[in-house]
Design a protein around this ligand. Structure first.
Ligand code: NCD
Length: 311
């Protein structure tokens, strides 16, 4: 990797994505066989700076840093100087002045991690910015597909639901297209952003059609907190039209998997029952999140030794 920061998968090459996924597989093995990786980030400091709620992403970054031997500090924005009105840039500069090496940031504003990255010497990782990108989620999703299906190239995925507000969908679209996958999306027209066809994505309004014969189905959470007015008639109707249950999943190819980035809203985008079935990889995705983030932290902190800093 040739970069200081990871701001989005739109900026990465397929080779860089491959490099992260390969190292993530090694990290997974190292964790499984309890091989010692705890000196990889010894002496480095990582901060998680989350301005939006999170369970799995933040914990996963923190565990990844700790497993690699970094000093990990988590900033609670509700109890930090952010609550006293400090700006994002001033907070970031404060952290930089303390010699922080890595900052994982989540913010409701598109582009916030990029603004911080320009201001600080530390490597900045986008842990989700508004409706824009969530690159580490897409990387862990692709790692899960690779493990389950043995490859990425040539596979077809159907991403179903609130695509408009989903940074997970956006990062996956960039990443999956780069890795040679066929990408379909399905949702009510009010929840599909315009211009997806220009990215080579097939857009469906009928979920059954979209799911037919695919290798991977990805259900997305309805992002009610980002919707200003009702963009679909009711949750019950949404579930009927776009929720993934056994019947809809049966239209996919034999051996297809059902992914969900979490947090899940059972009975809205995914049925109560299928979420607990073996076809649903939500738990494996969480496990893979730690390995992917370990790989990424390692590669980003190697810059300046074997890699050139170009961003
Ligand atoms: C996602 C997010 O925050 O964008 N969650 C996650 O990181 N696993 C998806 C979501 O909130 O729906």
């Amino acid at each position: 990797m040739l970069r200081k920061d990871l701001l989005g998968l739109r900026f990465l090459t397929s080779r860089e994505i491959e490099e992260i996924l390969e190292l993530a597989l090694d990290m997974k093995k190292a964790l499984k066989y309890r091989k010692d990786v705890a000196s990889t980030l010894k002496g480095k400091t990582m901060v998680t700076l989350f301005y939006e709620p999170s369970t799995r992403t933040r914990t996963s970054f923190e565990l990844a840093g700790k497993y690699l031997g970094a000093n990990v500090v988590c900033i609670e924005t509700a109890t930090s100087s952010v609550a006293k009105g400090e700006s994002l840039i001033d907070t970031a500069r404060t952290l930089d002045s303390m010699g922080v090496d890595l900052i994982a940031i989540r913010h409701s504003m598109t582009g916030a991690p990029g603004i911080v990255a320009r201001e600080v010497k530390a490597s900045v990782i986008n842990a989700g910015d508004g409706i824009n990108e969530h690159p580490t989620q897409a990387l862990l999703d692709m790692l899960t597909i690779m493990e389950k299906k043995g490859r990425l190239k040539g596979l077809t995925v159907a991403i179903v639901g609130d695509v408009l507000h989903s940074r997970v969908a956006r990062s996956n679209i960039f990443g999956m297209k780069k890795m040679g996958m066929n990408v379909r999306v399905a949702g009510p027209s009010t929840l599909i952003p315009p211009g997806l066809d220009k990215l080579g994505v097939e857009v469906y309004s009928d979920a059954d059609e979209a799911v037919k014969g695919v290798d991977v189905v990805m259900a997305l959470r309805i992002q009610l907190e980002r919707q200003k007015s009702g963009l679909f008639p009711s949750l019950r109707e949404f579930y009927r039209m776009y929720g993934i249950d056994e019947k809809r999943m049966a239209l996919a190819a034999d051996g297809a998997i059902l992914m969900h980035p979490g947090p899940m809203n059972r009975g809205i985008e995914i049925s109560y029952e299928i979420a607990d079935e073996r076809v649903c990889t939500a738990e494996e995705q969480v496990t893979n999140g730690v390995a992917v983030r370990m790989a990424l932290l390692t590669l980003l902190s190697e810059r300046g030794i074997s890699y050139e800093n170009i961003v």
